[in-house]
Design a protein around this ligand. Sequence first.
Ligand SMILES: NC(=O)c1ccc[n+]([C@@H]2O[C@H](COP(=O)([O-])OP(=O)(O)OC[C@H]3O[C@@H](n4cnc5c(N)ncnc54)[C@H](OP(=O)(O)O)[C@@H]3O)[C@@H](O)[C@H]2O)c1
Length: 266
Amino acid sequence: MKKVKMAILGCGNMATPLVENFCTQFENIDIFTYTPSQKRAQDLAERVGGQSCATLREIPSCNFYLIGCKPQQFGDLSKELKSLLKGDETIISLMAGKNTGVIKNELNVQKVVRLMPNTPVKVCQGVHLIYFSPEVEENEKTLLEELFSSCGEVFVFGQEEQIDVVTPYCGSGPAYIFEMARILISDLQTKGISQMGAEKMIKQMIYGASLLMLKSEESPGVLREQVTSKGGVTAEALNVFRDYDWEGSFKEAMKKAYDKTVELSK
Ligand SMILES: NC(=O)c1ccc[n+]([C@@H]2O[C@H](COP(=O)([O-])OP(=O)(O)OC[C@H]3O[C@@H](n4cnc5c(N)ncnc54)[C@H](OP(=O)(O)O)[C@@H]3O)[C@@H](O)[C@H]2O)c1
């Protein structure tokens, strides 16, 4: 892989595991980190053998700039960053809802990559939704896809709007699974099962079910039927979910989350 110089602007929950993975898998990356309070930039630079910079001005010219702050923090960052860029850099944005047009305008650049990862990148099992603005060069696309593949599955979209459509499902999706786990664990405890036992069982159940879905040729619907005998225990539970319109709740939740993505992008 060609030598890559990458600035990491914002080193939080999402950017940190991504960069750690890049640096574990690839040798040819020089990393420069920056955060306003410095601590997380220093920690990340130390872990990956990069250099932390106390100010944006200290960052040497890079070919890639990964924006890892929250969308509402971008205004402060872009004001200063804009004057430091030449315009031919490639910006990789993790920010939910900020579209490439806005980023191009605010930073006066052309090449923008929108990346929507999810937290399982921490265990190299992420889902990466990617949109490349048309100006991003083919060799850069190949390189970035290779980098992101090091910590999950990459899905490239030809239309930027599709990233917003899929974000509530895959970007936010782990939260729904964690919430389901939390509810089941706490309910088991009320039935006299120890917290440690309940956690172990529920986590293994979700892990096993996920692995089965991934490895099986059957659809999730068929796999569900295989656990559901007529008049049996599972059917009884599924009937309650149906009575409470679980499917409708999921659809409504996805709609509301999508509306929020659109609202944030304005
Ligand atoms: N969490 C998720 O599941 C998820 C999934 C997909 C995408 N995202 C996106 O990833 C982005 C980061 O989320 P996160 O959960 O990683 O946030 P986070 O943990 O709060 O981290 C934000 C980082 O941005 C830094 N920051 C704040 N203002 C800045 C500025 N003006 N210039 C440069 N850096 C600045 C913070 O610095 P300090 O360390 O000094 O506070 C911190 O290091 C968000 O845009 C979010 O939409 C998150």
